[in-house]
Design a protein around this ligand. Structure first.
Ligand code: GDP
Length: 295
């Protein structure tokens, strides 16, 4: 994950090796390299500029106060700024109420259905929740089948209505069912499309308004870089979601989405998917991610 970015940043810091102190000149040279590394990792242009401006200011400001070596000081400042760029501290998930309700959103193929299963599995095994999964994709019977297969794997029931064509009705009926059967968590998987379209947005907005979820999560494939950030922006404008789930971080992703999304949409990354299996899910910790990036 982010190997290339890690290597490039490491190389940038080496420019300061042997320097006695941080100066306007050597910091500018180093940060030019850092900025290029960020842009090559597909970080949003404005985000990369703002990032290096902040690091520069801090490096020049802290320089006189410390006796640590310039390269070490730069690593520390970049680490802290990377963590802050990704949100600082780990975000909580709201599980108040019974049942608590979580709504999934995102494009088709982003990993929504897989994440629905993973989240149910995590909250069942780690928090003792009794989830009910809801299949709200009325267009693709295969999507309903996929959720059922995952539900079986993790021992969690799945609510579906093959004859209904109204996702709002299905979601509301599922919540009733959860109340009747004593499920304290309802996770609603919705239909995605290959690209953003008006009908999908209207449908998911209607579901959100009807079920008033504790959390609406936006699921996005980290491999899609800048597109991930643009899609997040559009979904957020319509849905005002609570948090982001970045999937496929186990792949050859460059890091741009993880680093840009928070500052572009101002919503936290809450979880990251790291594989296809049901246990390949992590809570997102910005500082740990910064540690990994800096190796
Ligand atoms: P949906 O259309 O948004 O519901 O997406 P799916 O859940 O069907 O996922 C699309 C594909 O991505 C499937 O082949 C999943 O196994 C795969 N996938 C989902 N999450 C991850 C992940 O974190 N890592 C990897 N490597 N593959 C994933």
């Amino acid at each position: 994950m982010f190997e290339n970015l890690s290597e490039r940043l490491d190389r940038s810091f080496k420019l300061l090796k042997g320097e006695g102190k941080i100066t306007e000149i050597n910091v500018a040279e180093t940060l030019k390299d850092v900025r290029k590394a960020l842009l090559d990792a597909d970080v949003n242009y404005k985000v990369a500029k703002q990032f290096t401006d902040t690091v520069k200011e801090k490096a020049l400001g802290q320089n006189v106060l410390t006796s640590i070596k310039p390269s070490q000081l730069m690593v520390k400042i970049v680490h802290d700024e990377l963590a802050s760029l990704m949100g600082g501290t780990a975000a909580e998930i709201d599980l108040k109420g019974s049942p608590s309700i979580i709504l999934m959103s995102g494009l088709q193929g982003s990993g929504k259905t897989t994440f629905t299963g993973k989240l149910a599995n995590m909250l069942k095994t780690k928090k003792g929740k009794s989830p009910l999964l809801v299949a709200c994709d009325v267009y693709r019977p295969a999507a309903i089948e996929q959720l059922k297969v995952l539900g079986e794997q993790i021992g969690v029931p799945v609510y579906a209505e093959l004859e209904s064509k109204s996702p709002v009705e299905i979601a509301l009926n599922a919540i009733k069912e959860a109340k009747n059967k004593g499920n304290d968590l309802v996770i609603v998987d919705t239909a995605g499309r290959l690209a953003i379209d008006e009908q999908m947005m209207q449908e998911i907005t209607a579901i959100k308004n009807a079920i008033q979820p504790n959390e609406t999560l936006f699921v996005v494939d980290a491999m899609t870089g800048q597109d991930a950030v643009n899609t997040a922006k559009e979904f957020n404008e319509r849905l005002d979601f609570n948090g982001v789930v970045l999937t496929k971080l186990d792949g050859d992703t460059r890091g741009g989405a993880a680093l840009s999304i928070r500052s572009v949409v101002d919503k936290p990354i809450k979880f990251v998917g790291t594989g296809e299996k049901m246990d390949a899910l992590d809570v997102f910790h910005p500082d740990r991610m910064a540690d990994r990036i800096l190796g």
